[in-house]
Write a protein that binds this ligand. Structure first.
Ligand SMILES: Nc1ncnc2c1ncn2[C@@H]1O[C@H](COP(=O)(O)OP(=O)(O)OP(=O)(O)O)[C@@H](O)[C@H]1O
Ligand SMILES: [Mg+2]
Length: 619
């Protein structure tokens, strides 16, 4: 795809100026549209003048034949239709193209932003807000030129009217300030209401969305009645906003419609009297009547376009705010790729704190953490919940940067190597595996889309996922998440492990990667992991004895630092804290496994059959 132009990076420019690079791409289209618009406008203003001439010369004086005027009028009509279609098409296309450019810019930027951005902001909200904002910019871009044209037509029509009769023109113009003022009143009363009603509709959507997504929780607490009441209350508030809007509109809109008619009545009265006593031609009066309609348009629309402009500006500024947020984590200017890493990993006096949504640094999660892994070594990281284990896992592939100290792979600081090479070298299986709604095979091959079916299947069977995948309705081609096909937590984890194995990185981080997997299956995975982990540096974040057993050494994390390292046996012998911790953590998963629905997730590896139970595959 062709690279799309970006928003002008200079933040001191006005919001429209910053869009200029996107508009400039369509210079030709814009030029053609504007010329077509001017021609269409000319024909529009010419029509009443021709009608006036036709009435006065062909009908009243009978000095010229009528058919000549008919031909001219038809030609003007056709010309107007063609040019109006051209400029409208051009301007709308321009607005939609800018919308598309803006959208792709924004989404591309969103994919570049770091974890820390998404900690601050709800991703669902980002997307819906971005969509609404892009829409309002697009609306303005589509309407603003049309309204500018109507202003131009006002002046043209006014000019022609002045050449006909000054007093009549003044009469026709007199009610226009009133139209404008009424338009403003209407806008000031109605638009806050439409905003309220939009906000309330969004509230309603949220309530509905939560109830549908959380339907299992709602039902399991028998809270349907309470939730329905909440929904009814929200719906009631939407109703109030909408009826009040309708009420206000009903009061002001007819006034606004009819005020200009007063001018028309006055013009017809005074103009008719002039025609009767012979000081005005009848044709001019007819033409005048048509121009009156033309000059009102901008007065009615002015309020609307000012509002659109306000909204578009606010929206554009919100979009720019995202676009102007630099990704916190980028390649250093002198970054070099990590080539064929052996996998020596060192955490050296690392300090790290998360940044809170308000921009303040939170308390240090890691403080003085030092740990090194020799190439090929497997270390289990053990610690209480909230002790910072997952944080360690996130720092290694540079999802966040350390505040102090450093992390090195093969002696190179992770901040000095390219992100691409770093992240291909470090494979992470996070505690909450995410699957895309594409086929199981594509999910496994996410890190290596070119992998063959055999390689995918080999990775899946190493992760003990082959059995349940082949039992799915379409096997490896089953689409995840389609028609209610949900996978259990343990199945997701196994797919995530297969995904990571296929990517084949020299350094692995397994964050609770097998926590939702049944002990028997876990043991089978461990058997295959034993060989697969051979030669890879692995940091295993473990909550279970069985997982700890995979490691050569155990590191105990407490208070943000490693307080002890050694083999499991050594730590059991010397570390009270380790023994105490194991006494706790090894109970938790067992309790979990006793809960129906969690234990039922994965019965022993299914040789073909679907795992049953409520946590299994639901079809
Ligand atoms: N994105 C975040 N923003 C702010 N604080 C966070 C974030 N993630 C984790 N924390 C905080 O950092 C601390 C360490 O969290 P971390 O997830 O590393 O713990 P953990 O050892 O993995 O715990 P668990 O065993 O429960 O998975 C916790 O106090 C947590 O509240
Ligand atoms: Mg964790």
């Amino acid at each position: 795809m062709k690279a799309r132009p970006a928003v002008a990076p200079d933040v001191s420019l006005g919001w429209i100026r910053r869009l200029a690079p996107m508009i400039a791409r369509h210079r030709l289209l814009l030029g053609v549209s504007l010329i077509a618009a001017l021609i269409a406008l000319g024909t529009q203003v010419a029509v009443p003048a021709v009608i006036a001439a036709a009435i006065d010369t062909a009908l009243v004086d009978q000095t010229a034949p009528i058919w000549g005027f008919v031909v001219i009028l038809v030609a003007l009509g056709i010309g107007r239709a063609i040019f109006a279609a051209t400029y409208r098409y051009g301007l709308y296309k321009l607005a939609f193209d800018v919308e598309t450019d803006l959208r792709s810019n924004l989404y591309r930027h969103l994919t570049r932003l770091s974890f820390s951005f998404y900690d601050r902001i709800q991703s669902g909200q980002v997307i819906s807000r971005a969509n609404a904002d892009i829409r309002s910019v697009q609306m303005f871009l589509a309407f603003a030129p049309l309204i500018a044209l109507s202003v131009l037509s006002f002046f043209l029509a006014l000019g022609v009217m002045l050449t006909i009769d000054l007093k009549l023109t003044l009469l026709a113009v007199a009610p226009l300030p009133g139209v404008y003022l009424l338009g403003r009143v209407l806008r000031d009363r109605v638009f806050p209401l439409t905003w309220i009603s939009q906000a309330r509709l969004a509230d309603l959507a949220t309530v509905v969305d939560e109830n549908i997504n959380g339907v299992r929780v709602v039902k399991s607490f028998a809270a349907e009645k309470r939730q329905l009441d909440a929904l009814a209350r929200t719906a009631q508030r939407v109703r109030w906003a909408n009826t009040t809007t309708a009420d206000t509109r009903a009061r002001y809109a007819p006034l606004m419609e009819n005020l200009p008619r007063l001018g028309q009545v006055a013009v017809l009265g005074f103009g008719g009297w002039q025609v009767i006593n012979g000081s005005l031609m009848i044709g001019d009066l007819v033409a005048f009547n048509i121009y009156i309609a033309m000059i009102q348009v901008p007065f009615r629309l002015l309020g609307f376009v000012l509002l659109l402009a306000q909204r578009a500006r606010a929206s554009a500024e919100r979009i720019y705010e995202v676009l102007d947020t630099p990704p916190a984590i980028v390649d250093a200017p002198d970054a070099v790729p990590l080539i064929d890493p052996r996998g020596a990993v060192e955490f050296d006096d690392v300090r790290f704190a998360y940044t809170h949504p308000d921009g303040e640094k939170g308390p240090a999660v890691l403080d003085g953490l030092t740990l090194s892994l020799a190439p090929g070594e497997r270390i289990a990281l053990v610690g209480a919940t909230g002790s910072g284990k997952s944080t360690v896992a996130r720092l290694l592939p540079r999802f966040y940067d350390v505040d102090h100290g450093s992390i090195r792979i093969d002696g190179s600081d992770v901040r000095k190597v390219t992100l691409d090479s770093l992240r291909s070298a470090v494979g992470v299986v996070l505690d909450e595996p995410f699957l895309f709604s594409c086929s199981v095979a594509e999910n496994i091959a996410f890190g290596r889309p070119e992998a063959s079916r055999e390689e995918i299947a080999a990775a899946a069977s190493a992760a003990q996922a082959d059995g349940f995948i082949t039992a799915l309705p379409a096997g490896y081609d089953t689409i995840v998440g389609e028609r209610g096909l949900t996978l259990s937590g343990g199945q997701r984890q196994r797919i995530a492990i297969a995904r990571m194995l296929l990517a084949n990185p020299p350094v692995l981080v397994l964050d609770d990667a097998t926590s939702a997997i049944d002990v028997a299956v876990e043991a089978a995975i461990h058997d295959s992991l034993e060989t697969l982990l051979e030669g890879r540096t692995t940091l295993i974040i473990a909550h279970r004895m069985s997982t700890i057993a995979l490691a050569d050494r155990v590191a105990l994390i407490e208070g943000g630092r490693i307080v002890a390292t050694g083999t499991h046996a050594e730590l059991m012998a010397t570390e009270d804290r380790y023994r105490a911790l194991l006494a706790h953590i090894d109970e938790a998963p067992r309790e979990l496994a006793d809960t129906p629905g969690v234990a039922a997730v994965v019965p022993p590896p299914p040789p073909g059959g679907l795992p049953g139970g409520m946590g299994g595959v639901m079809l």
